[in-house]
Write a protein that binds this ligand. Structure first.
Ligand SMILES: [Zn+2]
Length: 189
């Protein structure tokens, strides 16, 4: 018999998430004061007479973007759903793959691969959190903002202590257990 696998439901801030991975990302958004709504709305998406149902994971209102969390690269069908949702709804649809913690993470924008997406960046001047992605997959010099929240024009794809902290918090990594040089880099020592 084929073994079955099921994600474990996890509760955070009174919300029940389908998987621990989604709950971890919710913790990241919470730690960074990014308002999120979990599965606010389902959609029927139609193309060539074929109707598919889609319930995206998160709506992030400050970015005006949908975020779908996947443990690994999305399938053809999942990429198609992201593209159709974007075409029908208008807002960007980001498929973010993997556990929070790496600053650059594999991601898809509206169903297309953009290589390693920075995803969450902090402007080191005005301190807003932005979503950035690479314009062309695996190019490393042309970044595009999804949210255009940084008005000072200084947001850059660099990691910051605030982001490190949020990732550490979300993944349950005890801050005190981080190596001393890392704690110093994060301004804690
Ligand atoms: Zn700024």
């Amino acid at each position: 018999m084929k073994p079955t696998i099921r994600a474990i439901e996890t509760e955070f801030l009174g919300e029940r998430f389908r998987s621990r991975l989604e709950a971890k990302w919710a913790r990241v958004f919470h730690a960074l004061n990014i308002p999120f709504t979990f599965e606010p709305e389902g959609f029927e998406l139609e193309e060539d007479g074929q109707v598919s149902r889609y319930l995206p994971d998160f709506w992030l209102s400050t970015f005006g973007a949908w975020v779908e969390i996947k443990p690994e690269s999305p399938s053809e069908r999942e990429r198609k759903l992201a593209r159709l949702l974007h075409q029908g709804h208008g807002a960007p649809v980001l498929v973010v793959c993997g556990v929070p913690g790496k600053h650059f993470i594999q991601a898809y924008v509206n169903g297309a691969s953009h290589g390693e997406l920075g995803f969450l960046f902090e402007c080191q001047f005005c301190h807003v959190i932005e979503v950035f992605y690479l314009v062309a997959p695996y190019s490393d010099d042309e970044w595009m903002s999804v949210s255009h929240l940084c008005q000072c024009g200084n947001a850059s794809p660099l990691s910051t202590p605030r982001l490190h902290r949020a990732y550490a918090e979300a993944t349950g990594c005890r801050f005190e257990r981080l190596p001393k040089n890392m704690r110093r880099a994060l301004g804690a020592v």
